[in-house]
Structures are given as structure tokens and as C-alpha cells.
Design a protein around this ligand. Structure first.
Ligand SMILES: C[S@@+](CC[C@H](N)C(=O)[O-])C[C@H]1O[C@@H](n2cnc3c(N)ncnc32)[C@H](O)[C@@H]1O
Length: 305
């Protein structure tokens, strides 16, 4: 085992490439940063612009690679490196840890309920690690086997990721609304799971999506469609490009109507994110907001029954 293993107070926040500034604004201050890892306080307020949070960090002073490996292996099986320096040494350590599959996943993929730790090297003899992290994916990364022929856009990847994180997905016999559906990536992904899909957009769906079994299309402004007009839903999915406040207003109507069981909605941002609305979404009971690995300048709000 290593010479010194010292618990660190606070959390380590792993930023999202390109959006580190949003995370910095959320956490306010931090003791030290390594690459896009920020060691700061454990905050009471939720933080959204991160790829992962290391919830129980500790520092390891080690002499040899095998010592570093033994220390991690003595805690749990699964560890994933986040390296910003010491790449060769880091790769050697990772190669001696139990392998984590980096194979692209075929959807629908059931997320195993096992902890995945994270670690980094700050110099050749100092490692920072945490066995408990918020992301269920190694380093916050999930890669899917892509379908290059079926869907008309790659947007379906974020819906797949959201469904994997929900640990449930639409079933045959269920009813889904896909708002902001064109050109049809999400509708394609939903329809393949077997439910009825009502796609809504001001622009047309691609013909081959429109003709998929159980898909219907309404050319309409999604936000002027009333819940009572659509009727009970199992899933409301929304990827409309709009201000988050506009989406909040519409979703509130659905929540008040109480006729939809599950929600997956993209909160699209422009410039400085509207964090006030993000927090209002986050306060909706039994829901959460994450920055998915497949999200760009957007967050995903999810609520499951
Ligand atoms: C990012 S695209 C959706 C991509 C889609 N999820 C896919 O997988 O192919 C956003 C869509 O929102 C639609 N949109 C924007 N405002 C809308 C509104 N008020 N009502 C319905 N659709 C709207 C746009 O026409 C556009 O097709």
C-alpha cells in the first residue's frame, strides 16, 4: 500500500470541455485546479455544468506504480483515469487496474449498478482519487454503437444517454410525444422501442421517419398544444430550440394536468445560461438535471415516474 493516503475535504468538480466557465461561475471559488478538475467546497446548492463530481476525494503519495495500483484495487474494482499530465505513467497505472470496457454500447443498454471511481496524477508520485462519483459512466463518458443509416441526425444519442441514465425507456403500448421532432432523430429512437409516437414540429419530419409504424405527425407550435388536446402520455420528450423559461411555462401546464408519467427535455442555452430557470426545473420534485456527455451548450431535465 502507499505511504500516505490522506482524505481531502470538499469535492472535485470535473468540468465539461468548452463550458468550464459555466462551472466556475457555479462553484464560485476553489482551492486548486488541475486541468479541468476543480477542488472546491461540497456545495449545498446543486451544480449542473460538470461531467462528474468526485464526492470523497483523497490524496495518495506513492513510490511505485504497483503501490498506486494496489491502493486503488484495495478499495474497489472499477477506476477510470482523468489525466491532464503524466500521461505515460497514468496509462501504466490504468493498464494494471481491472479493465473497464471502452466498447461502444448497443442501445438499449442497462446500466450496471456498480460504483466507478475516478483518479488523476498531479505529479509522478501523487495521485488524487475518489471511489464515489456522481457519473455512472467512466470519466463521465458513454459511447454508443451509432446507427449511420436510420436516424436523420445524431441528436438521438443524447436521448439514448438520457434513457440509460433513467434506467427505463418507452415500451410497446405506451404513448410518447416528441416536441421539436424534426428532422426526426428522437422520433426514430422512440419509435424503434415500440410505443406510439406523436411528433410535433413547425418543420416537417423526414419522410422515412414519418412513415415508421406507430408514428404520427402534427405540424404545429408545440407550446400552443394543450395537454388536454394531446391526452395522457407515458413520455413527453422535448428538444425544441427555445428559451428555457418558455419551456418551463409549457412543462408546468403538463405537470399541473398530471397526465404524463415521464419527461426528458433539453434546456437549450445561448450565451450566459439562464440558471434561474434551470434551478426552477431542478426544484420540480422527483426530477434532476444533468449535462449529458452528448449535450452541447444545453442541459437535460429528466423526471421519471
Ligand atoms: C434541435 S432540433 C430537434 C432535433 C430532433 N430532436 C432530432 O432528433 O432530429 C429543434 C427543433 O425544434 C423545432 N422548433 C422550434 N420552435 C418550435 C416550436 N415552438 N414548436 C415546435 N417545434 C419547434 C425546430 O423546427 C427544430 O426542428
Amino acid at each position: 500500500m502507499a505511504r500516505f493516503v490522506t482524505p481531502l475535504t470538499g469535492w472535485i468538480y470535473q468540468g465539461v470541455a468548452g463550458f468550464e466557465g459555466h462551472l466556475e461561475a457555479e462553484i464560485g471559488e476553489w482551492n486548486v485546479s488541475w486541468g479541468n478538475l476543480y477542488h472546491g467546497k461540497a456545495l449545498q446548492e446543486p451544480v449542473f455544468w460538470h461531467q462528474n463530481i468526485w464526492l470523497a476525494p483523497f490524496q495518495v503519495e506513492f513510490d511505485s506504480i504497483s503501490e498506486a495500483v494496489k491502493t486503488l484495487r484495495g478499495i474497489q474494482r472499477n477506476w477510470s483515469s482523468v489525466l491532464y499530465t503524466q500521461f505515460r505513467r497514468g496509462a501504466l497505472i490504468q493498464s494494471q487496474l481491472p479493465p473497464l470496457s471502452s466498447k461502444p454500447r448497443r442501445f438499449p443498454w442497462i446500466l450496471p449498478d456498480v460504483p466507478i471511481g475516478a483518479w488523476t496524477l498531479v505529479n509522478s508520485h501523487t495521485m488524487i482519487a475518489s471511489a464515489q462519483c456522481t457519473s455512472p459512466f467512466p470519466g463521465g463518458i458513454i459511447v454508443f454503437e451509432e446507427d449511420l443509416a436510420g436516424p436523420p441526425s445524431r441528436a438521438y444519442l443524447k436521448l439514448w444517454e438520457a434513457l440509460v441514465r433513467c434506467r427505463t425507456h418507452p415500451q410497446p403500448g405506451e404513448r410518447c410525444l416528441d416536441a421539436g421532432a424534426s428532422p426526426g432523430g428522437w422520433t426514430w429512437a422512440l419509435a424503434r422501442l415500440g410505443p406510439e409516437v406523436i411528433a410535433v414540429d413547425r418543420a416537417l419530419l423526414e419522410e422515412r421517419i414519418l412513415t415508421m409504424p406507430r408514428v404520427s405527425f402534427i405540424k404545429h407550435d408545440a407550446f400552443t398544444l394543450k395537454p388536454e388536446t394531446i391526452g395522457p402520455l407515458d413520455w413527453l420528450c422535448c428538444d425544441v430550440i427555445c428559451y428555457p423559461s418558455k419551456l418551463y411555462e409549457w412543462i408546468s401546464r403538463w405537470l399541473d394536468a398530471g397526465i404524463c408519467r415521464n419527461f426528458i427535455c433539453t434546456l437549450k442555452m445561448q450565451g450566459t445560461p439562464d440558471m434561474e430557470t434551470v434551478r426552477r426545473f431542478a426544484a420540480i420534485p422527483n426530477s434532476r438535471i444533468v449535462h449529458l456527455y452528448h449535450n452541447k451548450h444545453e442541459l437535460t431535465w429528466m423526471k421519471t415516474a
